[in-house]
Design a protein around this ligand. Structure first.
Ligand code: SF4
Length: 114
């Protein structure tokens, strides 16, 4: 099977093909640097995403604050993370950049103050 991606690591946007045979990466074509190759292999074998969401804040100027994971998490863990985030309720004040929670060792960071 051949997977085709546009690399998102830098603005060059190389078109990368990853050929997978019997569940293993056989060949990577089209990337012009090792970072792109590493990303493309990970995208096929263990795709990860930085997750953004919104959580409620009590007593703030705004009723919610946007948050994100400090690092990408495996895509299959996204539903579990969303259940965790659904239970969070913050108290004002919240500063942009503040670590507001931690989930399985991953920091959850506010991207806006409230
Ligand atoms: S493969 Fe390398 S040069 Fe090409 S878009 Fe990805 S990071 Fe940029």
């Amino acid at each position: 099977m051949i997977y085709r991606f546009t690399c998102i690591i830098c603005p060059l946007g190389c078109t990368i093909e990853v050929e997978v045979e019997n569940g293993k990466v056989k060949e990577v074509r089209g990337c012009t640097c090792p970072r792109g190759e590493e990303w493309a292999i990970e995208e096929v074998t263990n795709p990860k995403r930085v997750i953004m969401s919104v959580v409620p804040v009590e007593g703030g100027a705004l009723p919610t604050v946007s948050v994100k994971t400090a690092e990408p998490i495996p895509k299959e863990k996204i539903p579990e993370l969303m259940k965790f985030l659904a239970k969070i309720k913050l108290k004002a004040p919240v500063e942009a950049g503040q670590v507001v929670a931690e989930w399985q060792g991953i920091k959850i960071v506010a991207t806006r103050g409230a």
